[in-house]
Design a binder for this molecule. Sequence first.
Ligand code: 3PG
Length: 393
Amino acid sequence: KKTLKDMDFKGKKVLVRVDFNVPLKDGVVGDTTRIKAALPTIEYLIKEEAKVLLISHLGRPGGEPKDELRMDPVAKELANLLNKEVKKADDCIGDEVKKAADSLKNGEVLVLENSRFHAGEKKNDPEFAKELASLADLYVNDAFGAAHRAHATTVGVTEYLPSAAGFLMQRELNALGEVMENPESPFVAIMGGAKVSDKIDVIKNLINKVDQLIVAGGIANTFLMAKGYEVGDSLVEADKVDLAKELMTEAEEKGVEIVLPIDVVIADDFSNDANTKTVSVKEVPAGWQILDCGGPQSLENYKKIIKNAKTVIWNGPLGVFEMEKFAHGTVELAKALAESDAHSVIGGGDSAAAINQAGVADKMSHISTGGGASLMFFEGKELPGVAALDDVE
Ligand code: 3PG
């Protein structure tokens, strides 16, 4: 794919798709990670004297303007980080926006309004894409986190503008690509999270690549059930039990060890105030639910596996880590990864948040800015937002 180095930006209007879908708290940006991650591309374009138009979605406004999802707090945070004036438009298409784009001087930055205020964004409506494209001369996609979406700002616009991948996009594709194509073994994947249905394709693909697959989090319950254990009131997907059995058989045939929890933290209610105890997975009583796979024996086993690993990928928490009582396993896993010498790649979303919560972000080889996007990558599929970019001739 073309990259920034393949384009000449001087005096050009460049539409840059970034993933500024960040958490907002009381009208300010709650986590600046994604904005910081886009700075190398933005700073490069400023240095190259481009006129920089930034476009992103924020939240899920459902195709119409919602004041609480405007990009103003993001533009403000970006101005702080760049230490430079950042302009902000109140829409992302239309005459006013066009005027604002045309009056930009070289090296100036304009943040466009939330792309999802228009229904055409998610529908990848060609008319909407064309209007957006008419603002600029060139298109750069630096939004790895949104590259699994085939929307107007990630795919549609590439029909109308010469396109290239930004530095963050490149960095993500290299880091994730390397681990999937050339992992040093033992290669261990840790899959957590709530829903089996979200992880089936990932597990299917990883079974062909890894040596050991730790299945934890809510998804472990369905696998435990497939093994014949009682899981009480735990979240299970009963219609996926057979599939879990098939996956375990397939893994066994391929010599891949599926590692399930040994002991777990259970609760009598889905609440941080619940009564809790730690039990063997063989002894989960009726009326109780598994909310953290990180019992001491499970953790000891995970640590042993991680210590021996040369490559580890991790996606999804081991328990309901938003509740303090059930965060222990996830945080301990993050710490174990920090202590290991393995090449460690962390899928975005909750696992990245857990790494931050444990204060060990600087100990990881790569933390992806993409949640759904990194998952799709681990599924071995091509991301639509990447596929759409121009190839080097
Ligand atoms: C993300 O946060 O994973 C991306 O920004 C995509 O957001 P979406 O799931 O609302 O499309």
